[in-house]
Design a protein around this ligand. Structure first.
Ligand code: DSN
Length: 431
């Protein structure tokens, strides 16, 4: 019996259609290269924790303060996850219940704002996120949202950020992005936020693993509120966390006349009962396992290599005449204008899909093209680095990508190169 058949034994026997979809996805992941920078591969230990009986438990509330009985193991699980999050990110409070990054962001804003308050985040088209106040998101509807952009070269425009902050006096300034290839200057954001009396919220979803590994500066000590997903560079289950400093009082009791010291309690109450119901305890178990993995030397070495690999790719693309936003990268991702090759982001995504490289079309700063057919693509190195690839392979892969973008005629040859890399660097060995 294949390892895969054993791992998915019951679903295989009971539901052939779903087993076949899982199996197909496993093959797709194994025989293609994921270069969507927000994706990674969770370990089998994380997957097992998520597939555990903790799924069956209702645990509204927080450890030792629940609305249902039978919480011994749920409490142990959540307490371990909290302890590991606090120790890894060096904060004194962590809420591990957010279902994912979007509810984490909404709950964080809801903890300190009331509808109509002003918030300020990066414009989605420049690398922000829907939940940073974009108009179609609830965060752009419930709050008065001011959006900042980048300069012409794609760098954060602190002059504009400061000017907008002074003019609009937001209650919260959000930093942390989905398509920003450079280090985020948290102290500079903190200075602006303090000057205008705003909370600084750092959404580190994309870079959480790099922060945990010390490869990107930490927002702790600068941002009062930190949100993250746990499935991107943290390599855990699809979920979220909110972190801050301070100590919560009873999260089941409303806070009267809150001050800044009540932030941990306000965050906890905003998640539950404010926004969510029962925490997904199986996912929280997965978070705990991922956080344990993220505190190892192996993880830190991986994170370092993620950045080295992205920088190697950037070097190749630069020499091949592609235009990189900000000219390069300090982190796990590259944002690249493909129009110098007389194609659009959509065409680039489709061509690369045909060689087995999955990434996404993306707007570049000041993009003259529409979001469904923008000028750029966004790609990242977390997944290829988990597979064990290093600079040497990035040179091969970068050139195969550039060749494909240069001419359709190179698709067949590039596809062969990608297949060979997949064979040499297998994923989930034996699965
Ligand atoms: N969808 C994520 C990304 O790709 O960056 C953001 O939540």
């Amino acid at each position: 019996m294949r390892d895969r058949d054993r791992f998915y034994k019951h679903v295989r026997e009971e539901d052939k259609k779903i087993f076949s979809a899982i199996s197909g996805e496993l093959d797709r992941q194994q025989w293609g290269l994921e270069m969507i920078p927000s994706e990674s591969y969770a370990s089998r230990a994380v997957l097992e924790a998520m597939g555990s009986v903790l799924n069956n438990k209702y645990s509204e509330g927080y450890p030792k303060k629940r609305y249902y009985g039978g919480q011994k193991y749920a409490d142990i699980t959540e307490q371990i996850a909290i302890r590991r999050a606090k120790s890894l990110f060096k904060v004194t409070h962590a809420n591990v219940q957010p279902y994912s990054g979007s509810p984490a962001n909404f709950a964080a804003l809801n903890a300190v704002c009331t509808p109509g308050d002003t918030i300020m985040g990066m414009d989605l088209r420049f690398g922000g996120h829907l939940t940073h106040g974009w108009k179609v998101s609830v965060t752009g509807k419930y709050f008065n949202s001011i959006q900042y952009t980048t300069d012409k070269n794609g760098f954060l425009n602190f002059d504009e950020i400061e000017k907008l902050a002074k003019k609009h006096k937001p209650k919260v300034i959000i930093c942390g992005y989905t398509a920003y290839p450079r280090v985020i200057d948290f102290p500079r954001f903190a200075k602006i936020s303090r000057r205008v009396g705003a909370y600084l919220l750092a959404d580190i979803a994309h870079i959480a693993g790099l922060v945990a590994a010390g490869v990107h500066p930490s927002p702790v000590g600068h941002a009062e509120i930190i949100t993250t997903t746990t499935h991107k560079t943290l390599r855990g289950p699809r979920a979220g966390m909110i972190m801050c400093n301070g100590n919560p009082s009873d999260p089941l009791k409303p806070v009267k006349n809150p001050t800044k010291k009540d932030l941990p309690t306000l965050i906890d109450r905003s998640i539950f009962p404010g926004l969510q119901g029962g925490p997904h305890m199986h996912t929280i178990a997965g978070i705990a396992v991922a956080l344990k993995e993220a505190s190892t030397k192996e993880f830190r070495d991986w994170a370092k290599q993620v950045v080295k690999n992205a920088q190697k790719l950037a070097e190749i693309f630069n020499t091949r005449g592609l235009r990189l936003s900000t000219g390069g990268t300090d982190n796990h991702l590259i944002l690249m204008d493909v129009t110098p090759f007389k194609i659009t982001g959509k065409e680039a995504e489709e061509r690369l899909d045909r060689i087995g490289v999955t990434l996404n079309k993306n707007m570049i700063p000041y993009d003259p093209r529409p979001p469904f057919d923008p000028s750029g693509i966004r790609l990242g190195t977390p997944c290829v680095t988990i597979r064990g690839m290093k600079e040497k392979e990035m040179e091969i892969l970068g050139n195969a990508i550039a060749n494909t973008l240069e001419s359709r005629k190179n698709i067949k040859k590039s596809a062969k190169i990608v297949k060979e890399l997949c064979r040499e660097f297998p994923l989930y060995k034996n699965l």
